[in-house]
Design a protein around this ligand. Structure first.
Ligand code: HEC
Length: 401
Protein backbone atom coordinates (compact mmCIF):
# COMPACT_ATOMS: atom_id res chain seq x y z
CA UNK A 1 0.00 0.00 0.00
CA UNK A 2 2.76 2.43 0.93
CA UNK A 3 4.59 1.79 -2.34
CA UNK A 4 1.37 2.33 -4.23
CA UNK A 5 0.73 5.64 -2.45
CA UNK A 6 4.24 6.79 -3.28
CA UNK A 7 3.79 5.80 -6.93
CA UNK A 8 0.49 7.58 -7.19
CA UNK A 9 1.77 10.70 -5.44
CA UNK A 10 4.80 10.70 -7.69
CA UNK A 11 2.58 10.47 -10.78
CA UNK A 12 0.40 13.40 -9.71
CA UNK A 13 3.35 15.55 -8.61
CA UNK A 14 5.01 14.94 -11.94
CA UNK A 15 1.85 16.14 -13.64
CA UNK A 16 1.81 19.32 -11.57
CA UNK A 17 5.51 19.87 -12.14
CA UNK A 18 5.27 19.54 -15.92
CA UNK A 19 2.19 21.80 -16.13
CA UNK A 20 3.81 24.49 -13.95
CA UNK A 21 7.03 24.26 -15.96
CA UNK A 22 5.17 24.59 -19.26
CA UNK A 23 3.35 27.67 -17.95
CA UNK A 24 6.53 29.25 -16.58
CA UNK A 25 8.87 28.48 -19.45
CA UNK A 26 6.15 29.29 -21.97
CA UNK A 27 5.65 32.71 -20.44
CA UNK A 28 9.37 33.33 -20.18
CA UNK A 29 9.92 32.37 -23.82
CA UNK A 30 7.00 34.62 -24.76
CA UNK A 31 8.49 37.61 -22.94
CA UNK A 32 11.94 37.12 -24.50
CA UNK A 33 10.20 36.98 -27.88
CA UNK A 34 8.22 40.11 -27.06
CA UNK A 35 11.27 42.00 -25.83
CA UNK A 36 13.30 41.15 -28.90
CA UNK A 37 10.42 41.70 -31.29
CA UNK A 38 9.70 45.28 -30.16
CA UNK A 39 9.83 47.98 -32.83
CA UNK A 40 10.03 51.76 -32.37
CA UNK A 41 6.46 53.01 -31.99
CA UNK A 42 4.97 54.55 -35.12
CA UNK A 43 2.86 57.18 -33.35
CA UNK A 44 4.68 60.29 -32.10
CA UNK A 45 2.32 60.55 -29.11
CA UNK A 46 3.39 57.07 -27.93
CA UNK A 47 7.05 58.04 -28.20
CA UNK A 48 6.31 61.22 -26.25
CA UNK A 49 4.67 59.13 -23.51
CA UNK A 50 7.98 57.28 -23.10
CA UNK A 51 7.05 54.14 -25.04
CA UNK A 52 10.27 52.68 -26.28
CA UNK A 53 8.99 49.74 -28.31
CA UNK A 54 5.78 48.14 -29.44
CA UNK A 55 4.56 44.93 -30.99
CA UNK A 56 1.36 44.14 -32.82
CA UNK A 57 0.26 40.52 -32.82
CA UNK A 58 -2.72 38.48 -33.89
CA UNK A 59 -3.56 35.42 -31.83
CA UNK A 60 -6.64 33.34 -31.13
CA UNK A 61 -8.86 35.53 -33.24
CA UNK A 62 -7.85 38.83 -31.64
CA UNK A 63 -5.41 41.67 -32.25
CA UNK A 64 -2.98 42.66 -29.50
CA UNK A 65 -0.88 45.76 -29.06
CA UNK A 66 1.96 45.53 -26.54
CA UNK A 67 4.04 48.52 -25.54
CA UNK A 68 7.21 48.63 -23.49
CA UNK A 69 8.29 51.74 -21.59
CA UNK A 70 11.93 52.82 -21.53
CA UNK A 71 12.10 52.63 -17.74
CA UNK A 72 8.53 52.98 -16.53
CA UNK A 73 5.34 54.80 -17.43
CA UNK A 74 4.83 58.25 -15.91
CA UNK A 75 1.92 56.88 -13.86
CA UNK A 76 1.68 53.34 -12.53
CA UNK A 77 -1.43 51.48 -13.67
CA UNK A 78 -3.71 50.21 -10.90
CA UNK A 79 -3.76 46.71 -12.30
CA UNK A 80 -0.25 45.38 -12.80
CA UNK A 81 0.24 41.71 -13.71
CA UNK A 82 3.12 40.00 -11.89
CA UNK A 83 4.63 36.61 -12.71
CA UNK A 84 6.22 34.54 -10.02
CA UNK A 85 3.93 31.73 -8.86
CA UNK A 86 4.61 29.66 -11.95
CA UNK A 87 8.34 29.76 -11.19
CA UNK A 88 7.85 28.92 -7.51
CA UNK A 89 5.37 26.13 -8.21
CA UNK A 90 7.76 24.57 -10.69
CA UNK A 91 10.60 24.58 -8.21
CA UNK A 92 8.53 23.41 -5.24
CA UNK A 93 6.89 20.55 -7.13
CA UNK A 94 10.26 19.57 -8.63
CA UNK A 95 11.87 19.53 -5.22
CA UNK A 96 9.00 17.47 -3.78
CA UNK A 97 9.45 14.98 -6.62
CA UNK A 98 13.15 14.80 -5.89
CA UNK A 99 12.39 13.98 -2.25
CA UNK A 100 9.82 11.36 -3.16
CA UNK A 101 11.82 9.70 -5.90
CA UNK A 102 15.46 10.07 -4.96
CA UNK A 103 15.75 11.02 -1.32
CA UNK A 104 13.19 8.41 -0.22
CA UNK A 105 15.41 5.72 -1.78
CA UNK A 106 18.91 7.19 -1.81
CA UNK A 107 20.79 3.91 -1.94
CA UNK A 108 18.97 2.94 -5.12
CA UNK A 109 18.93 6.24 -6.88
CA UNK A 110 21.59 8.57 -5.55
CA UNK A 111 24.57 6.44 -4.64
CA UNK A 112 26.83 5.16 -7.38
CA UNK A 113 28.53 2.04 -5.97
CA UNK A 114 31.05 2.19 -8.86
CA UNK A 115 32.00 5.84 -8.29
CA UNK A 116 35.71 6.41 -8.80
CA UNK A 117 35.89 8.39 -5.55
CA UNK A 118 35.73 5.86 -2.73
CA UNK A 119 33.97 8.20 -0.26
CA UNK A 120 31.20 8.71 -2.81
CA UNK A 121 30.87 5.01 -3.58
CA UNK A 122 30.61 4.24 0.13
CA UNK A 123 28.12 6.95 1.13
CA UNK A 124 25.23 5.74 3.23
CA UNK A 125 21.72 6.69 2.18
CA UNK A 126 21.35 9.67 4.49
CA UNK A 127 24.84 10.90 3.70
CA UNK A 128 23.93 10.83 0.02
CA UNK A 129 20.81 12.87 0.79
CA UNK A 130 22.83 15.48 2.67
CA UNK A 131 25.44 15.64 -0.10
CA UNK A 132 22.69 16.05 -2.72
CA UNK A 133 21.12 18.95 -0.80
CA UNK A 134 24.53 20.59 -0.32
CA UNK A 135 25.18 20.14 -4.02
CA UNK A 136 22.01 22.04 -4.91
CA UNK A 137 22.63 24.76 -2.36
CA UNK A 138 26.31 25.05 -3.32
CA UNK A 139 25.35 25.41 -6.98
CA UNK A 140 23.18 28.43 -6.22
CA UNK A 141 25.72 30.03 -3.86
CA UNK A 142 28.57 29.73 -6.38
CA UNK A 143 26.45 30.95 -9.30
CA UNK A 144 25.11 33.89 -7.30
CA UNK A 145 28.60 34.88 -6.10
CA UNK A 146 29.92 34.73 -9.67
CA UNK A 147 27.17 37.14 -10.76
CA UNK A 148 27.73 39.47 -7.81
CA UNK A 149 31.50 39.55 -8.05
CA UNK A 150 32.14 39.46 -11.79
CA UNK A 151 29.41 41.76 -13.04
CA UNK A 152 27.80 43.62 -10.11
CA UNK A 153 26.81 46.58 -12.30
CA UNK A 154 25.98 44.48 -15.35
CA UNK A 155 29.01 45.85 -17.20
CA UNK A 156 30.88 42.56 -17.57
CA UNK A 157 28.07 40.22 -18.49
CA UNK A 158 30.12 38.63 -21.29
CA UNK A 159 32.86 37.51 -18.87
CA UNK A 160 30.15 36.36 -16.49
CA UNK A 161 28.58 34.13 -19.16
CA UNK A 162 31.92 32.43 -19.70
CA UNK A 163 32.32 31.91 -15.96
CA UNK A 164 28.83 30.39 -15.70
CA UNK A 165 29.60 28.11 -18.66
CA UNK A 166 32.79 26.90 -16.96
CA UNK A 167 30.86 26.41 -13.74
CA UNK A 168 28.36 24.17 -15.55
CA UNK A 169 31.17 21.95 -16.87
CA UNK A 170 32.49 21.64 -13.31
CA UNK A 171 28.98 20.85 -12.00
CA UNK A 172 28.56 18.18 -14.71
CA UNK A 173 31.89 16.65 -13.82
CA UNK A 174 31.37 16.66 -10.05
CA UNK A 175 27.81 15.34 -10.23
CA UNK A 176 28.85 12.34 -12.32
CA UNK A 177 31.78 11.59 -9.99
CA UNK A 178 29.64 11.75 -6.84
CA UNK A 179 26.18 10.43 -7.75
CA UNK A 180 24.66 7.67 -9.85
CA UNK A 181 24.44 8.70 -13.52
CA UNK A 182 20.72 9.20 -13.49
CA UNK A 183 20.85 11.39 -10.38
CA UNK A 184 23.87 13.27 -11.78
CA UNK A 185 21.94 14.41 -14.87
CA UNK A 186 18.93 15.29 -12.78
CA UNK A 187 20.95 17.20 -10.16
CA UNK A 188 22.89 19.17 -12.78
CA UNK A 189 19.55 20.15 -14.32
CA UNK A 190 18.31 20.97 -10.83
CA UNK A 191 21.32 23.24 -10.14
CA UNK A 192 20.34 25.29 -13.21
CA UNK A 193 16.63 25.12 -12.40
CA UNK A 194 17.30 26.24 -8.81
CA UNK A 195 19.35 29.16 -10.08
CA UNK A 196 16.45 30.07 -12.39
CA UNK A 197 13.84 30.05 -9.62
CA UNK A 198 16.15 31.69 -7.10
CA UNK A 199 16.91 34.44 -9.64
CA UNK A 200 13.18 35.14 -9.73
CA UNK A 201 12.81 34.89 -5.96
CA UNK A 202 15.90 36.74 -4.72
CA UNK A 203 16.57 39.26 -7.48
CA UNK A 204 13.99 39.76 -10.19
CA UNK A 205 10.86 40.08 -8.05
CA UNK A 206 12.46 42.07 -5.15
CA UNK A 207 14.03 44.41 -7.74
CA UNK A 208 10.66 44.95 -9.37
CA UNK A 209 9.08 45.58 -5.96
CA UNK A 210 11.71 48.24 -5.21
CA UNK A 211 11.05 49.86 -8.58
CA UNK A 212 7.30 49.95 -8.00
CA UNK A 213 7.77 51.25 -4.46
CA UNK A 214 10.04 54.07 -5.65
CA UNK A 215 7.53 55.05 -8.30
CA UNK A 216 4.68 55.09 -5.83
CA UNK A 217 6.75 57.40 -3.65
CA UNK A 218 7.23 59.64 -6.66
CA UNK A 219 10.92 58.79 -7.00
CA UNK A 220 12.84 57.50 -10.00
CA UNK A 221 13.42 53.73 -9.79
CA UNK A 222 17.03 52.57 -9.55
CA UNK A 223 17.98 51.52 -13.09
CA UNK A 224 20.36 48.88 -11.65
CA UNK A 225 17.33 46.94 -10.39
CA UNK A 226 15.96 46.77 -13.92
CA UNK A 227 19.32 45.86 -15.40
CA UNK A 228 19.95 43.16 -12.84
CA UNK A 229 16.53 41.65 -13.44
CA UNK A 230 17.40 41.57 -17.13
CA UNK A 231 20.83 39.99 -16.49
CA UNK A 232 19.32 37.16 -14.46
CA UNK A 233 16.45 36.62 -16.83
CA UNK A 234 18.90 36.38 -19.74
CA UNK A 235 20.68 33.57 -17.86
CA UNK A 236 17.32 31.90 -17.31
CA UNK A 237 16.69 32.04 -21.05
CA UNK A 238 19.82 30.06 -21.86
CA UNK A 239 19.21 27.59 -19.04
CA UNK A 240 15.73 26.60 -20.23
CA UNK A 241 16.48 24.19 -23.06
CA UNK A 242 19.32 22.35 -21.25
CA UNK A 243 17.23 22.06 -18.07
CA UNK A 244 14.30 20.51 -19.93
CA UNK A 245 16.63 18.03 -21.63
CA UNK A 246 18.27 16.97 -18.35
CA UNK A 247 14.88 16.66 -16.63
CA UNK A 248 13.64 14.20 -19.24
CA UNK A 249 16.91 12.24 -19.35
CA UNK A 250 15.95 9.64 -16.75
CA UNK A 251 15.27 6.80 -19.18
CA UNK A 252 18.34 7.31 -21.36
CA UNK A 253 20.95 5.34 -19.50
CA UNK A 254 23.19 5.16 -22.60
CA UNK A 255 24.00 8.82 -21.87
CA UNK A 256 24.18 9.00 -18.10
CA UNK A 257 25.76 5.61 -17.39
CA UNK A 258 28.64 6.34 -19.73
CA UNK A 259 32.21 6.79 -18.51
CA UNK A 260 32.19 10.22 -20.17
CA UNK A 261 28.69 11.13 -19.01
CA UNK A 262 29.94 14.55 -17.88
CA UNK A 263 31.28 15.32 -21.37
CA UNK A 264 28.00 14.19 -22.94
CA UNK A 265 26.06 16.30 -20.45
CA UNK A 266 28.23 19.41 -21.06
CA UNK A 267 27.78 19.01 -24.82
CA UNK A 268 24.01 18.83 -24.36
CA UNK A 269 24.03 21.95 -22.15
CA UNK A 270 25.99 24.05 -24.65
CA UNK A 271 24.11 22.59 -27.60
CA UNK A 272 20.80 23.59 -25.98
CA UNK A 273 22.04 27.10 -25.15
CA UNK A 274 23.26 27.65 -28.74
CA UNK A 275 19.95 26.51 -30.18
CA UNK A 276 18.15 28.89 -27.82
CA UNK A 277 20.38 31.72 -29.04
CA UNK A 278 19.08 31.18 -32.57
CA UNK A 279 15.50 31.80 -31.44
CA UNK A 280 16.46 34.79 -29.31
CA UNK A 281 18.08 36.44 -32.35
CA UNK A 282 15.34 35.31 -34.69
CA UNK A 283 12.75 37.24 -32.69
CA UNK A 284 14.93 40.30 -33.09
CA UNK A 285 14.71 39.77 -36.83
CA UNK A 286 18.20 38.30 -37.24
CA UNK A 287 18.39 34.84 -38.79
CA UNK A 288 21.75 33.31 -37.92
CA UNK A 289 21.85 29.63 -38.86
CA UNK A 290 25.39 29.35 -37.48
CA UNK A 291 23.93 28.93 -33.97
CA UNK A 292 21.68 25.92 -34.55
CA UNK A 293 24.36 24.42 -36.78
CA UNK A 294 26.92 24.76 -33.98
CA UNK A 295 24.38 23.47 -31.42
CA UNK A 296 23.54 20.47 -33.56
CA UNK A 297 27.25 19.85 -34.13
CA UNK A 298 27.77 19.63 -30.35
CA UNK A 299 24.87 17.18 -30.10
CA UNK A 300 26.43 15.17 -32.93
CA UNK A 301 29.67 15.03 -30.92
CA UNK A 302 27.60 13.80 -27.94
CA UNK A 303 26.12 11.14 -30.20
CA UNK A 304 29.60 10.07 -31.18
CA UNK A 305 30.96 10.04 -27.61
CA UNK A 306 27.98 8.03 -26.32
CA UNK A 307 28.17 5.49 -29.14
CA UNK A 308 28.69 2.08 -27.53
CA UNK A 309 31.78 1.17 -29.56
CA UNK A 310 33.68 4.41 -28.89
CA UNK A 311 33.69 5.11 -25.17
CA UNK A 312 35.22 2.81 -22.60
CA UNK A 313 32.06 1.43 -21.04
CA UNK A 314 32.91 -1.08 -18.36
CA UNK A 315 32.32 -4.68 -19.23
CA UNK A 316 31.55 -4.05 -22.84
CA UNK A 317 34.65 -5.82 -24.11
CA UNK A 318 33.86 -8.52 -26.63
CA UNK A 319 33.77 -11.90 -24.94
CA UNK A 320 35.41 -14.82 -26.63
CA UNK A 321 33.26 -17.48 -25.02
CA UNK A 322 29.53 -17.60 -25.60
CA UNK A 323 27.07 -18.07 -22.79
CA UNK A 324 23.59 -19.54 -23.13
CA UNK A 325 20.24 -18.96 -21.53
CA UNK A 326 20.77 -21.80 -19.05
CA UNK A 327 23.56 -19.81 -17.42
CA UNK A 328 21.95 -16.41 -17.74
CA UNK A 329 18.51 -17.14 -16.34
CA UNK A 330 19.67 -17.98 -12.79
CA UNK A 331 21.74 -14.78 -12.72
CA UNK A 332 18.72 -12.71 -13.70
CA UNK A 333 16.60 -14.52 -11.15
CA UNK A 334 18.98 -13.76 -8.29
CA UNK A 335 20.02 -10.25 -9.31
CA UNK A 336 17.04 -8.72 -11.09
CA UNK A 337 13.75 -10.42 -10.31
CA UNK A 338 13.38 -9.01 -6.80
CA UNK A 339 12.43 -5.78 -8.56
CA UNK A 340 11.64 -6.83 -12.13
CA UNK A 341 8.71 -9.16 -11.52
CA UNK A 342 5.01 -8.72 -12.06
CA UNK A 343 4.79 -8.71 -8.23
CA UNK A 344 8.15 -7.39 -7.00
CA UNK A 345 9.36 -8.73 -3.66
CA UNK A 346 11.73 -5.79 -3.12
CA UNK A 347 10.18 -3.46 -0.49
CA UNK A 348 9.21 -0.12 -1.94
CA UNK A 349 8.34 -1.55 -5.35
CA UNK A 350 4.71 -1.78 -6.25
CA UNK A 351 4.92 -2.68 -9.94
CA UNK A 352 7.76 -3.86 -12.21
CA UNK A 353 10.09 -0.87 -12.66
CA UNK A 354 10.10 0.61 -16.17
CA UNK A 355 7.32 -1.91 -16.89
CA UNK A 356 9.90 -4.68 -17.23
CA UNK A 357 9.17 -8.05 -15.61
CA UNK A 358 11.53 -11.01 -16.00
CA UNK A 359 9.26 -13.73 -14.62
CA UNK A 360 9.49 -16.02 -17.61
CA UNK A 361 12.10 -17.40 -19.99
CA UNK A 362 10.39 -15.63 -22.92
CA UNK A 363 10.33 -12.25 -21.19
CA UNK A 364 14.04 -12.51 -20.50
CA UNK A 365 14.92 -13.59 -24.03
CA UNK A 366 12.83 -10.85 -25.54
CA UNK A 367 14.71 -8.21 -23.50
CA UNK A 368 18.17 -9.59 -24.22
CA UNK A 369 19.67 -6.53 -25.94
CA UNK A 370 18.36 -4.11 -23.35
CA UNK A 371 19.49 -6.32 -20.46
CA UNK A 372 22.99 -6.57 -21.90
CA UNK A 373 23.12 -2.81 -22.35
CA UNK A 374 22.09 -1.87 -18.79
CA UNK A 375 24.25 -4.55 -17.17
CA UNK A 376 27.31 -3.57 -19.23
CA UNK A 377 26.92 0.11 -18.37
CA UNK A 378 26.62 -0.79 -14.67
CA UNK A 379 23.23 0.97 -14.45
CA UNK A 380 21.49 -2.26 -13.38
CA UNK A 381 20.99 -3.78 -10.89
CA UNK A 382 20.05 -0.38 -9.53
CA UNK A 383 22.67 0.75 -7.02
CA UNK A 384 23.92 -2.85 -7.34
CA UNK A 385 21.55 -3.59 -4.48
CA UNK A 386 21.53 -7.27 -5.31
CA UNK A 387 25.32 -7.51 -5.37
CA UNK A 388 25.97 -8.62 -8.95
CA UNK A 389 29.57 -9.80 -9.41
CA UNK A 390 31.95 -8.95 -12.25
CA UNK A 391 31.89 -12.59 -13.41
CA UNK A 392 28.11 -12.39 -13.73
CA UNK A 393 28.40 -9.19 -15.73
CA UNK A 394 30.89 -10.87 -18.05
CA UNK A 395 28.54 -13.80 -18.49
CA UNK A 396 25.73 -11.45 -19.51
CA UNK A 397 28.06 -9.62 -21.89
CA UNK A 398 28.93 -12.95 -23.53
CA UNK A 399 25.29 -14.07 -23.70
CA UNK A 400 24.46 -15.21 -27.25
CA UNK A 401 21.01 -16.19 -28.55
C1 HEC B 1 16.55 -2.62 -6.72
C2 HEC B 1 15.62 -2.81 -7.77
C3 HEC B 1 16.16 -3.21 -9.15
C4 HEC B 1 16.97 -4.25 -9.46
C5 HEC B 1 17.57 -5.29 -8.52
C6 HEC B 1 17.13 -4.21 -10.88
N1 HEC B 1 16.45 -3.17 -11.41
FE1 HEC B 1 16.26 -2.69 -13.37
N2 HEC B 1 15.23 -1.04 -12.89
C7 HEC B 1 14.86 -0.67 -11.64
C8 HEC B 1 14.20 0.61 -11.69
C9 HEC B 1 13.63 1.39 -10.53
C10 HEC B 1 14.18 0.98 -13.04
C11 HEC B 1 13.59 2.25 -13.64
C12 HEC B 1 14.70 3.24 -13.72
C13 HEC B 1 14.40 4.30 -14.69
O1 HEC B 1 13.27 4.77 -14.75
O2 HEC B 1 15.36 4.69 -15.39
C14 HEC B 1 14.81 -0.09 -13.77
C15 HEC B 1 14.96 -0.06 -15.13
C16 HEC B 1 15.51 -1.11 -15.85
C17 HEC B 1 15.58 -1.17 -17.28
C18 HEC B 1 15.09 -0.08 -18.24
C19 HEC B 1 16.20 0.93 -18.36
C20 HEC B 1 15.89 1.99 -19.35
O3 HEC B 1 16.86 2.52 -19.87
O4 HEC B 1 14.72 2.29 -19.58
C21 HEC B 1 16.17 -2.34 -17.60
C22 HEC B 1 16.45 -2.88 -18.99
C23 HEC B 1 16.49 -3.02 -16.36
N3 HEC B 1 16.07 -2.24 -15.32
C24 HEC B 1 17.12 -4.23 -16.28
C25 HEC B 1 17.54 -4.80 -15.10
C26 HEC B 1 18.36 -5.98 -15.03
C27 HEC B 1 18.83 -6.77 -16.22
C28 HEC B 1 18.58 -6.23 -13.72
C29 HEC B 1 19.43 -7.33 -13.12
C30 HEC B 1 20.77 -7.41 -13.58
C31 HEC B 1 17.90 -5.19 -12.97
N4 HEC B 1 17.29 -4.34 -13.84
C32 HEC B 1 17.89 -5.13 -11.59
C33 HEC B 1 15.06 -1.38 -10.47
C34 HEC B 1 15.84 -2.52 -10.38
Amino acid sequence: MQAYLLDFGNFMLRWLHVIAAIAWIGESIYFVMLDNGLRTPKAAEDRDKGVFGEMWAVHGGGFYHNQKYATAPAKLPEDLHWSFWKAYTTWLSGFALFILLYMANPSFYLVNPNASWAWAANMSGWQANVVALLFLLGGWVVYNELCKRISPNMTRDGVLSIAVAVMMVVVSYLSTQIFSGRAAFLLTGAVMATAMSANVFFWIIPGQRRMVKAMKAGEAPNPLDGKRGKQRSVHNTYFTLPVVLLMISNHYSFAYSHDYAWVIMSLFIFGGALIRQFFVLMHAGKIQPAYPVAGTALIAVAFWVAMPSVGGNAGQAQASVSVGMAEVQPIIETRCVACHASKPSQPGFNAPPAGLAYDTHEQILQQRDKIREVVASGYMPLGNMTGMTDEEREAIAAWSE
